[in-house]
Design a protein around this ligand. Sequence first.
Ligand code: PLP
Length: 402
Amino acid sequence: MSQQHNSEQNHGGQRHGGQRDGAEPRHFETLAIHAGNTADPLTGAVVPPIYQVSTYKQDGVGGLRGGYEYSRSANPTRTALEENLAALEGGRRGLAFASGLAAEDCLLRTLLTPGDHVVIPDDAYGGTFRLFAKVVSRWGVEWSVADTSDPEAVRAALTPRTKAIWVETPSNPLLGITDIAALAGIARAAGVRLVVDNTFASPYLQQPLALGADIVVHSTTKYMGGHSDVVGGALIVNDVELADELAFHQNAMGAVAGPFDAWLVLRGIKTLAVRMDRHSENATRIAEMLTEHPRVSKVLYPGLPDHPGHEVAAKQMKAFGGMVSFQVADGEEAAVAVCDRAELFTLGESLGGVESLIEHPGRMTHASAAGSALEVPADLVRLSVGIESAEDLLADLRRALG
Ligand SMILES: *Cc1c(COP(=O)(O)O)cnc(C)c1O
């Protein structure tokens, strides 16, 4: 394989089912189903097959069919997903990884060298924080924490060695909102790259590249896959040179999405638009119920008019998503008890599946942030609101709250 693996050569540079030159642009719901999803040329199968294969017969030495040589470098099922991801985020290239953290690791090792500095948010996925605090720091990469919902705080955190600003919006688990366009302006002026983890919103609700971000990160384990049955990650970019560097590192380090995992994510994405609409509707009803509940001291949901990021969220998101966090009036033990008493809300980590989940971030997903600037309140409960009947979900929560 050539050093700079170019995925365009895999499929003749065509975007099958995606945007077509000269034709009217297709809408998100259509792209979700068709981008990358070509009928199989051999059989006409309407769903891309799972190419469960490691290597490819060459027509004479170096005579690759469609650019495929070895499945770490490229695999047709993964190519289908990567084209789909690029189309949905409005980017030129997508890359699919074995997990969200594998995607983040590839990105950081591509962008950074010792002595470089990154501004990270004061509220982020615990594993992202751990990657900076325990892994990246060992290679001499420096980072500092800023409240990314305040553009001036981010500007103040920049140093001459800053290479990237890292943003999660909505953030995990406090559902903070960052103004992507405002930070893109700051990043551009400073000559640094803006990275947006778009896992909580999904490209149906929010498209960071169109707002000026340089790189979109996903844990496709969550809303993209949508069924709690696969672990995966993705990077999407517009800059083709950067895409080539990322693809080089993806192949050099090897944490790629396997064919079956890529297929599961591609399958999940087909219903992303309808799922996100229902997640957002159900979450809104639950946030409203919690706001009225006497045993709840605070509800964190960007769809609520009194949420500090509500206006920015309304500007940059199509709806407010399926994640709701709340604080329980009687403190940590009461919050843990709510998690234990819920039945329909399954007690578990992760998010973004069709089934509702409940968890205690302080002791579960964000235990690795204890004692740091990213420590979360002990009385906090996080919900991943699924697409079940809202009535049943409301009844389960009311009962769990007692
Ligand atoms: C889960 C998650 C990740 C990490 O993804 P994995 O697929 O678990 O490796 C990164 N960012 C956010 C916002 C997440 O929720």
